[in-house]
Design a protein around this ligand. Structure first.
Ligand SMILES: NC(=O)c1ccc[n+]([C@@H]2O[C@H](COP(=O)([O-])OP(=O)(O)OC[C@H]3O[C@@H](n4cnc5c(N)ncnc54)[C@H](OP(=O)(O)O)[C@@H]3O)[C@@H](O)[C@H]2O)c1
Ligand SMILES: *[C@@H]1O[C@H](CO)[C@@H](O)[C@H](O)[C@H]1NC(C)=O
Ligand SMILES: *[C@@H]1O[C@H](CO)[C@@H](O)[C@H](O)[C@H]1NC(C)=O
Length: 316
């Protein structure tokens, strides 16, 4: 207790020395703001219940590999009815079979769909409408990354393609699926964002842009959809062992170092728990949580640490 008081007084003194009134206020008010946040969070999570997942219809985009494939597994184990979409049909059918093996009474539908293709997206949503007439959870997971510094980019179209899949892919599907999501109370939208949607890492300018865009879009949409009781969960994973390196766009992109990466099953497990609770966000890794806290208060130090750390973790 003495240590805590000492630490707190130390922080306050430091805050006064910096002479920035907002910072002083923030430091002094921190415990109260923290409690206020807990209270609002509690209210949100309480109103998100009940949501019995085994009665729910869940659409997962980018379900043919990686995190999407694992999301399908986790939802299947819990008995949700699944619609899986991606471009590679053969991989989708094997994922569907894996789901049926995990729970033999689970219903799984696969739909070939490129999320950047307007007619594909329209057909996907029509299929769900005619088959089930509603949708309870939209998991927006399809994504691609890049791995080159902007000045060294030979193929500029990478910037546009990354935005098409990661940003427009999400907004297009959401636009068409919203009427179906509104047919039931307490529907969910899960977005697989990334730590790159919080801290802008080097060699991923277009990816960071798309992930920041996604964050802004869905925070705004959440504000609009309170009245419909739709709960949006933004997930910010750190490194996850998937095919994302193999699928990286561009000429000879730098690869993400997977040494400290978690498995896609571990990631998906946390995402589904977040969705069931109705979390506003699920942030992974110590750096993600700390970075989120620090970016607003210590922007220069945070940018310096992010750059130094990221360069260490990008392999040629
Ligand atoms: N791995 C990581 O370290 C990490 C960290 C943070 C966030 N994320 C995010 O996690 C999400 C999933 O990535 P992953 O790591 O699981 O990589 P992945 O194994 O490459 O999976 C990407 C999935 O997206 C699908 N996809 C790509 N373009 C598509 C399109 N135009 N239309 C429809 N589906 C498309 C792919 O299927 P098809 O090729 O068959 O279409 C595949 O199923 C992405 O949004 C990524 O940004 C990954
Ligand atoms: C398997 O799926 C069914 C159908 O949705 C569900 O009722 C059941 O609870 C699931 N099994 C497990 C072990 O969750
Ligand atoms: C969907 O996204 C693509 C870009 O990826 C865009 O060209 C198209 O016009 C978008 N709109 C709709 C309604 O699908």
């Amino acid at each position: 207790m003495g240590f805590l008081t000492f630490g707190f007084l130390g922080l306050l003194t430091a805050a006064f020395v910096t002479e920035t009134p907002m910072f002083v206020f923030f430091t002094a008010a921190y415990p109260f703001l923290y409690l206020g946040n807990l209270f609002v969070r509690h209210k949100r999570l309480a109103s998100a219940q009940p949501w019995p997942v085994n009665e729910k219809i869940v659409l997962i985009t980018g379900a043919s590999s990686g995190i999407g494939q694992s999301l399908a597994h986790v939802f299947a184990k819990r008995g949700a009815t699944l619609i899986l979409c991606a471009r590679r049909e053969d991989m989708l059918s094997s994922v569907a079979n894996e789901c049926r093996e995990l729970n033999s009474s689970v219903k799984v539908l696969t739909v070939k769909c490129d999320v950047t293709d307007e007619s594909d997206v329209a057909r996907l949503v029509e299929t769900i409408e005619t088959t089930y007439g509603r949708l309870d959870c939209l998991a927006l997971n399809a994504g691609v990354s890049m791995g080159e510094d902007f000045a060294e980019l030979k193929d500029y179209s990478v910037i546009k393609k990354v935005m098409d899949v990661n940003y427009y892919g999400c907004t297009n599907v959401t636009y068409k699926a919203l009427p179906l999501l509104k047919k039931n109370k307490k529907s969910r939208i899960l977005v697989t964002n990334s730590i790159s949607g919080i801290l802008a890492l080097p060699s991923r300018s277009g990816y960071a842009a798309a992930k920041f865009a996604v964050r802004g879009f869905f925070d705004s949409l959440q504000a609009e959809l309170w009245k419909d009781e739709i709960f949006i969960t933004l997930a910010y994973p750190g490194p996850v062992k998937t095919e994302i390196n193999k699928n990286r766009l561009g000429d000879d992109p730098k690869q993400l170092d997977f040494t400290n990466a978690i498995t896609s099953e571990e990631c998906a497990q946390e995402l589904v728990e977040g969705v069931l609770r109705g979390d506003k966000e699920v942030i992974f890794t110590r750096n993600g949580k700390l970075g989120r806290l620090m970016e607003g208060v210590f922007p220069d130090l945070t940018a310096y640490l992010v750059d130094r750390n990221a360069r260490k973790h990008l392999n040629k």
